[in-house]
Design a protein around this ligand. Sequence first.
Ligand code: ADP
Length: 426
Amino acid sequence: MKKILLGCIADDFTGATDLANNLVRAGMRVVQTIGVPKQPLEAEVDAVVVSLKTRTIAATQACAESLAALHWLQAQGAQQIYFKYCSTFDSTPQGNIGPVIDALMRALQTDFTIATPAFPDAGRTVFKGYLFVGATLLHESGMQDHPLTPMTDPSLVRVLAPQTRHQVGLIDYTVVAQGESAIRARIDALRAEGVAIAIVDAVSNADLLRLGAALSDMPLVTAGSGVAIGLPANFGIAPNDRASALPRVGGLQAIVSGSCSRATNAQVAAFIATGAPALAIDPLRLQQGVSVIEQVIAEALVFSQAHLAKGPVLVYSTAEPEALKHIQDQMGVHVAGQLVEQTLARIAVGLVKQGVGQLIVAGGETSGSVVQALGMTQLQIGAQIDPGVPWCAGKTAVSEKTLHITLKSGNFGTSDFFSKAFHRID
Ligand code: ADP
């Protein structure tokens, strides 16, 4: 297997997909792994994004897991390491952005890196070190009320400083606008002042591309997913169709939806309106015990068996807010969530065993459960269906055949997403 060029460590699963998607669009062939792989890579790629779940766990654990990912990526030959965090810089004074940066810098024996969550395509811009979400500053964007990582200060220099042992500085817009050599000169000046981590302004993709060129020899880059658009060019890679080419996979088509978000409700309704076969799972039945759960799964698979040969089949627990609240009041939010996720995941396994080769999963948590139940550990990233939602391909533990799968979190996708996705993969 050829060595990889770029090794990425993402602090959550959907953030990893977001980064992988940007790299593919910039021309790299990418595999996203779920956790640090134990097996060798299944596909020859330019970049690997290791997805961890380290955003809000204890800082020491986040560092340990990030270092394990680093060592695996180094063993694959990665020439540059990219630590990916949230585009709203989700963290607390204890971390985990700062501690993980410190640990990676130490392990890579590097004395300088950048930090910027800027992603203008997604409305995240950094100006004079202040993070904007759309037209509002971070601390007025709703993020100030986040249950785990409330962001009450929009100054990224101030936010990062208490999290790291290093001195934090700024490469501001006036420098970035001048391009690569000005950015490099500013890095040298900051380094001479003892600064080790620089927040970088970027308000447009052009800024990110100028920045990318100046990062070609930086061992560690830390950022949201935006900076990724400027890195593949450093390896002589330009956007191309081959980057998103997935192995051809035939097979039947199915959708498993456990998301109750507004967009998913619209997608489920639009799919049912086409007259396609759809089966609703009643969560209240799932609390009646193991034998009823087995019965619900068996019923779903009898239904799918009867319809799959004719076209895509939908199995869903998706419910409108009022129905959802009723179920959650009866069962408890956590119990309902777990029972529904586990049931849908087992139905997904059954569908793949029935010959489904193209599977759409709606719901972030639901996706996690399905991917785990299918035993998928590596996802090759393909073409984008809607912004941030690509088709992927990977091996499962339940079938010999490669599976095409797309993992659509809550509010992503247009209302015709399900039909559109199958149309795109044919
Ligand atoms: P999203 O990406 O839209 O947030 P998730 O899959 O992350 O979707 O979360 C949805 C959660 O709601 C899951 O835990 C799922 O099991 C649960 N859930 C889905 N349908 C129902 C339902 N009808 N009643 C109660 N909980 C449900």
